[in-house]
Design a protein around this ligand. Structure first.
Ligand code: 5GP
Length: 175
């Protein structure tokens, strides 16, 4: 079936998302009280999440973005990740918070983390909207996690399927 015609089943409503994002912003504001962390959003999927999250913070912060491409072909990830957009701000000595839309196997994040850590930040934490912990093959710690989802391919609220569905305000399972 054409993916554009695949059924969408709503799994997380916009109300639940916004409530959870507010809670996460509160937790982050407490954890980084007195600091000015550098939020690094992983493009493209984390844009909506990051925008909502930082607007609920009660601490100052700076924002930058990073973009990664897997060397794999099609839907299979090779685990080797190339940065197609580097962070522009200086990372050395900063409290970095990497913001991801979804962590699945953890391969992408592991590789991004290795590359960020090489630049000597004071600390690095991971904040992900969705943690598909059951699918994890890499040992990655998600410090601030929005929702745990067991399986299914999710779209909406920044998550895409071939660049479709990112704009949906709720999160859906595809197919
Ligand atoms: P990982 O390297 O952890 O296996 O995969 C991470 C990336 O795969 C995510 O940043 C996201 O781009 C994509 N991904 C994994 N699961 C899903 C999903 O359920 N829906 C969407 N839209 N992307 C996913």
């Amino acid at each position: 079936m054409d993916e554009a015609q695949q059924a969408l089943t709503r799994v997380i409503s916009r109300e639940r998302i916004h409530e959870r994002v507010r809670d996460m912003a509160r937790d982050l504001s407490t954890a980084f009280s007195g600091k000015e962390p550098l939020f690094i959003g992983v493009l493209n999927g984390a844009v909506f999440f990051l925008a909502d999250l930082v607007r609920e913070l009660t601490i100052p912060c700076r924002i930058d973005f990073i973009k990664a491409a897997s060397y794999g072909t099609g839907t299979t990830s090779s685990g080797k990740v190339r940065l197609t957009k580097e962070v522009d701000l200086e990372i050395g000595g900063e409290d970095v918070i990497l913001v991801e839309d979804i962590v699945d196997t953890g391969l992408t994040l592991k590789s991004i983390l290795e590359q960020v850590e090489q630049k000597g930040p004071a600390s690095v934490h991971v904040c992900a909207l969705i943690d598909k912990r059951e699918c994890r093959t890499e040992e990655i710690r998600v410090d601030f996690s929005g929702f745990e989802v067991e399986r299914g391919f999710l779209v909406g609220y920044g998550l895409d399927c071939n660049e479709r569905h990112r704009n949906l305000p709720d999160i859906y399972a595809l197919g």
